[in-house]
Design a protein around this ligand. Structure first.
Ligand SMILES: Cc1cc2nc3c(=O)[nH]c(=O)nc-3n(C[C@H](O)[C@H](O)[C@H](O)COP(=O)(O)OP(=O)(O)OC[C@H]3O[C@@H](n4cnc5c(N)ncnc54)[C@H](O)[C@@H]3O)c2cc1C
Length: 511
């Protein structure tokens, strides 16, 4: 069979494209090398829906941020993931910073003017200071002098969004193959005569042959959304070898039950000469209430992975204290890292040749931009001749997995932890109070879940202070029964993937 489309990479960019394309009568195959969706860049990031005020003018990044930013309420209500439009404060500490903040304000206004595609009134950005600032954000460090308020910033849990996209795409007919690594791509001149396709192919038409760890597949169009893998794949399809550096960012996350409530997302005006390193150390609550601080920025060599180190953790702690008085890092429960694909030219690379869409260097604000990048992909495919007829039975709705967080007292937690194994009310994760019902819901949605990490990302089991120390042993047999993978094998797969990380105990030692 010849597919109409193959999407390589199951992160948020591939997912946004897959979901949008699943609205049409197309045969779509998605190939992902990991054992689950959202295991790459889309897993370890800040999860901010950015304001156009922080994005360079006259770039694709600015265009997509403007075009996507206002759509998140609708997308989250359709796909059942948590989205909060909290607004952001970009903090200034001196009169020099005032000039930087004025520049951001101007950039935000210009970006909206240039790229806004409807008649919505423009979002107003304002510099605030004094009592107004400290009323808006009472926990600020008194050293903060002023801030740019951008009401259009928001936040999501990036992997909750990504999983929702993929669940919805699969429910609407997209075929997803996990643990299927693409090795090479080749343009085939003539297709075999007896091949099937949902579009009328001529035997003289050219198609792509995609060689993978699970065999070869044919497709008329390819979307290369392979994150860090996309430069190599693009090269094998005949594109130039784009220069994309790797920049690691590390984070600390605090126990949600001990986290202070921060009203806004807090950025900092970059220190003089450091604008390349981004907007300082960010401080925010996640959508589920944990305090999240980070990331730093370190250029890394090719093969370095997502481990964390004490030098970065120190930098993050002192950077966050510049913004907020009382961050109690003793309540840290985890450190993690993400790696940005930084294109040398500074902007996203989105290009098309011979029915192959090549996406490279999709760094921040790639998550924010993903709905608009999906639109761009569809437009490119239409321009290239792909026929798009709407499916009458497309269903945009995906039901949430995490509907609300329980707040039971300890007595009730113990009672519900001791219910029989078959009782859906039985608590599997005590820290985050996750019942068996939610675990079953998370793993029965059309995408095979074979790891503790996959359950953690979908249900919050294991995201509390013990980080899965208790619930892991309860979840493994459930997964084993579903997937047929023996419990011992599951454990060794997890160990093989685990990176050395700075632990909460290490953090307490340096306080
Ligand atoms: C530290 C950090 C902070 C960030 N913060 C923000 C933010 O706050 N807001 C924002 O808007 N954006 C942010 N971003 C950017 C955002 O996370 C990315 O733009 C987005 O997640 C990129 O998604 P993707 O689908 O392109 O890549 P990925 O999520 O990496 O997906 C690509 C997939 O392709 C798979 N793959 C690779 N090679 C192959 C192969 N050969 N065969 C099959 N599969 C393959 C990978 O396993 C991976 O799953 C941040 C990024 C980082 C690193």
């Amino acid at each position: 069979m010849v597919y109409d489309l193959i999407i390589i990479g199951a992160g948020v960019i591939g997912g946004a494209a897959a979901r949008e394309l699943s609205r049409y009568n197309l045969s779509i195959l998605s190939l992902e090398k990991e054992e689950d969706v959202c295991c790459g860049i889309s897993k370890g990031n800040t999860g901010i829906i950015h304001t156009p005020a922080l994005v360079h003018e006259n770039t694709k990044k600015a265009e997509y941020t403007v075009r996507a930013n206002h759509r998140w309420e609708k997308i989250s209500s359709e796909l059942g993931f948590e989205f909060q439009r909290t607004g952001a404060l970009i903090l200034g500490f001196s009169e020099e910073d005032r000039i930087t903040l004025e520049k951001y304000k101007e950039t935000g206004e210009k970006n909206q003017k240039t790229f806004s595609d409807d008649s919505r009134p423009p979002v107003q950005y304002r510099i605030i200071e004094g009592a107004e600032l400290f009323t808006k954000e009472p926990g600020l460090n008194p050293e903060v002098k002023l801030a740019l308020h951008t009401p259009d910033a928001g936040r999501v849990m990036p992997y909750e969004y990504g999983t929702a996209l993929w669940e919805n795409a699969v429910a609407n007919g997209v075929e997803l193959k996990l643990e299927c690594q693409v090795a090479s791509l080749k343009r085939e001149k003539n297709i075999p005569e007896e091949t099937e396709s949902t579009q009328n192919l001529l035997v003289t038409d050219s198609v792509w042959e995609v060689k993978t760890s699970k065999g070869a597949f044919l497709s008329r169009y390819i979307i290369n959304a392979a994150g860090h893998g996309s430069v190599e794949l693009g090269k094998s399809a005949g594109f130039p070898e784009h220069s994309v550096e790797k920049v690691k960012g590390q984070y600390i996350i605090l126990d949600r039950k001990k986290s202070p409530k921060i009203n806004n997302i807090l950025f900092q005006a970059p220190a003089k000469g450091k604008s390349k390193l981004g907007k300082g150390i960010l401080v925010t609550n996640t959508v589920y209430g944990n305090l999240l601080i980070g990331p730093d920025a370190r250029w890394i060599e090719k093969d370095e992975n997502a481990e964390t180190d004490i030098e970065s953790i120190r930098e993050i702690l002192s950077g966050a204290e510049k913004s907020c008085r009382s961050i109690e890092s003793k309540y840290a429960i985890k450190t993690f890292a993400g790696i940005r694909p930084k294109p040398k030219g500074g902007d996203f690379i989105i290009e098309m040749k011979d029915g192959f869409i090549n996406l490279c260097g999709i760094e921040s604000p790639g998550l924010t931009s993903s709905p608009a990048i999906a639109d761009e992909i569809i437009q490119m495919l239409k321009d290239e001749g792909l026929l798009l007829s709407k499916k009458p039975d497309f269903n945009p709705i995906r039901k949430p997995i995490v509907k609300s967080l329980l707040n039971l007292d300890m007595k009730e937690v113990i009672r519900r932890s001791e219910l029989p194994d078959s009782d859906l009310k039985k608590l599997i994760c005590r820290c985050e109070q996750v019942p068996l019902k939610r675990i079953m819901d998370g793993i029965e949605r059309g995408i095979p879940v074979t790891t503790i990490d996959g359950v953690r990302r979908r249900t919050r089991a294991g995201q509390g202070s013990c980080q899965g120390g208790f619930c892991g042993d309860h979840i493994r047999p459930i997964l084993s029964e579903k997937s047929g993978i023996p419990v011992e094998e599951m454990k060794s797969r997890e160990e093989a993937r685990a990176y050395p990380r700075i632990t909460p105990a290490d953090i307490r030692k340096i306080l």
